[in-house]
Design a protein around this ligand. Structure first.
Ligand code: UD2
Ligand code: MN
Length: 579
């Protein structure tokens, strides 16, 4: 195809002629691997970390090493759920231990073949689509820590069986120092029979971010493709991802993530016609969430199967050109265990000139679970987030620090190298990201006029959102615990109910109720509604221009009344900015 760039032309459109910097900025891995731009070096050492001492203690003799073969009518075939329940006490015990170790129904998973079939439910246009060869080859990197046998191997087989072999350079399994017995010798033996699959072991548990970096240092393909260890790839999953990268090396594509139910392992296909969600983020707690693409943006595409720009990515499954990954600074190797790396990488890609796209024709199933079996430690996640915020979010990081006092207590470590990276790549600031990539994001006030509790001078009680469900606000004894009594008085004149966020104190002429309602002014760059606009007078009076009344607190509660110079209409706002 004509659109394919010259194989040797690896200049990135958006790197402002910085190719000379690429080498300097390359991630220096733990083992520095072969650094010769993917050239073949023959057989690689199976274990080049021999100087690192393995610290693991193998603890768990695990069952289910012999999953059933794939045959029509077997449990789970065609992506169906397993409807049998553990019957005998032994089965029940196995079910319990599987749930404990994996936070999903491992017992059900073990009844399903590691080669199970999936219905090809892709859109007709996706099935008919032709991909111009040659596409670049991918190294598929699957990291795992104490993954179940059946889910891990089903991930591997789904890659081997649903990827054209000429597009698959290799599959690299990175063991993040698992302690389960089945992941030691049994896995080595199983994998030794599979073509192009290797196990790379981490001698200490370092978390998924460094595990991925370890995988990258062993990768020889032109493109890196990451997977969680409990995925199932659907027919045709890789080609559209590779095609986007072939067209533009600065695109980081990811698939539609279908849900494999943790309860029965049913594969729930997410079609392209329904509501399409891409990656989002909540700036109040930095959690990844799903963002429903505005219809307008969907309609602007030429075809229903065209990729969609995505402000963030979930993080577990995506493809990226290896050199672009390295050029962008890989991952932040100061991040530990779990969490935050996906948001960091998302901001970094966009701010530094790349693009994240959700590719509707590519489908990968993932077991979404409700809890984490290995107890992802919150302080590590906070540390990772803090490193990200310090480097990429500019003044917007203060939103997080203000809302979550625990961030102060966590040491983020040294981020100098990451800041140097940002400067060297000439990246945009965070405000640019908000304006150009994610204009629909709810952005809390960076520096509100006041934040914390709002205490009534007359009664001594505090403004309380009561319960966000009821939405009626009232007055309660001040408890100093934030929660329902945490408010932010914004520069735009709103009284925002801060912690759960996105709710604003409002009242109207037609109703005397004082309620918290979804803030009308949601985005960084627009205006509040009149019902939600307040004016702070003499630093204590909450005047509401629309009704020309003042907020008042009495023994009977909260109401609006004509303004008077009395204590019941005076409020003490915490952390009030000195004027
Ligand atoms: C989501 C991502 C995950 C990662 C995470 C944030 C998807 C489908 N999943 O979490 O990839 O971006 O958000 O960090 O988008 N693991 C290790 N070492 C550890 C802990 C985990 O190797 O210390 C492995 C684990 O076996 C799994 C992967 O990392 O393969 C992700 O962990 P998870 O499945 O618990 O995370 P998930 O899907 O909730
Ligand atoms: Mn996962």
């Amino acid at each position: 195809g004509d659109f394919l760039p010259d194989k040797d032309d690896l200049g990135f459109e958006s790197n402002h002629g910085q190719n000379d910097r690429i080498a300097a900025l390359r991630y220096r891995g733990h083992d520095d691997g072969d650094d010769d731009d993917g050239k073949e070096t023959g057989e690689e050492e199976q274990n080049d970390e021999s100087d690192e001492k393995d610290t693991r203690e193998v603890i768990d003799p695990s069952p289910h090493l012999n999953p059933p073969p794939a045959e029509p009518g077997a449990p789970g075939e065609g992506g169906k759920g397993v409807d049998i329940q553990p019957g005998t006490p032994e089965e029940k015990a196995q079910y319990d231990i599987g749930l404990k170790h994996h936070s999903f129904n491992e017992w059900a998973s073990s009844k399903i073949s590691v080669h199970r079939s999936l219905l090809d439910l892709r859109h007709e246009l996706c099935k008919a689509k032709k991909y111009y060869r040659p596409l670049p080859q991918a190294s598929v990197i699957i990291i795992f820590y104490n993954e179940a046998w059946s889910t891990l191997l089903r991930t591997v087989h789904s890659v081997l069986e649903r990827t054209p072999s000429e597009l698959l350079r290799e599959v690299i399994l990175v063991d993040d120092c698992s302690t389960f017995d089945h992941l030691q010798t049994p896995l080595d033996e199983y994998v030794s029979k599979l073509p192009e699959v290797r196990v790379v072991r981490s001698p200490a548990r370092q978390g998924l971010i460094r595990a991925r970096l370890r995988g990258v240092s062993h990768a020889r393909g032109e493109v890196l493709t990451f997977l969680d260890s409990h995925c199932e790839c659907m027919e045709g999953w890789l080609e559209p991802l590779l095609e986007r990268i072939a067209q533009n090396h600065t695109v980081v594509p990811w698939p539609v993530l279908d849900m494999i139910q943790h309860t029965d392992f049913a594969y729930l296909f997410h079609g392209v016609k329904g509501v399409l969600s891409v990656g989002g983020v909540d700036l109040e707690d930095l959690r990844f969430n799903w963002y429903t693409v505005p219809q307008k943006e969907l309609r602007e595409r030429k075809s229903i199967i065209d990729p969609i720009r995505s402000p963030t990515m979930a993080g577990g499954v995506f493809s990226i050109h290896k050199k672009y990954f390295e050029y962008l600074g890989g991952y932040d190797d100061g991040m530990e265990i779990w969490g935050g790396e996906n948001i960091e990488m998302s901001f970094r890609i966009w701010q530094c000139g790349g693009t994240i796209e959700l590719v509707p024709c590519s489908h990968v199933g993932h077991v979404f679970r409700v809890t984490s079996p290995y107890g992802a430690p919150v302080d590590k996640w906070v540390k990772n987030n803090k490193r990200m915020a310090e480097v990429w979010m500019d003044e917007y990081r203060n939103v997080i620090y203000r809302r979550h006092p625990n961030y102060k207590e966590v040491d983020a470590g040294d981020v100098t190298r990451r800041k140097v990276l940002r400067r060297a790549l000439h990246c945009h600031d965070f405000r640019w990201y908000l304006q150009n990539v994610y204009p629909n994001l709810y952005v809390p006030d960076v520096r509100p006029v006041a934040y914390g509790q709002i205490q009534n001078k007359g009664t001594g009680r505090c403004l309380d959102a009561v319960s966000a469900g009821k939405k009626l606000s009232g007055l309660f004894d001040c408890h100093g615990q934030r929660g329902n009594q945490y408010w932010e008085f914004t520069r735009a004149g709103e009284v925002r109910f801060g912690l759960e966020g996105k709710l604003c104190l409002q009242t109207a002429a037609s109703s005397t109720d004082i309620i918290t309602k979804r803030c009308a002014h949601r985005f960084a760059f627009d205006q509040p509604s009149k019902q939600q606009r307040w004016v702070l007078r003499n630093t204590t009076v909450l005047y509401h221009p629309l009704t020309d009344q003042c907020l008042e607190g009495t023994a009977a509660g909260l109401h609006m009344a004509p303004c008077e110079d009395v204590d019941r209409q005076r409020w003490l706002l915490q952390n009030l900015e000195s004027t």
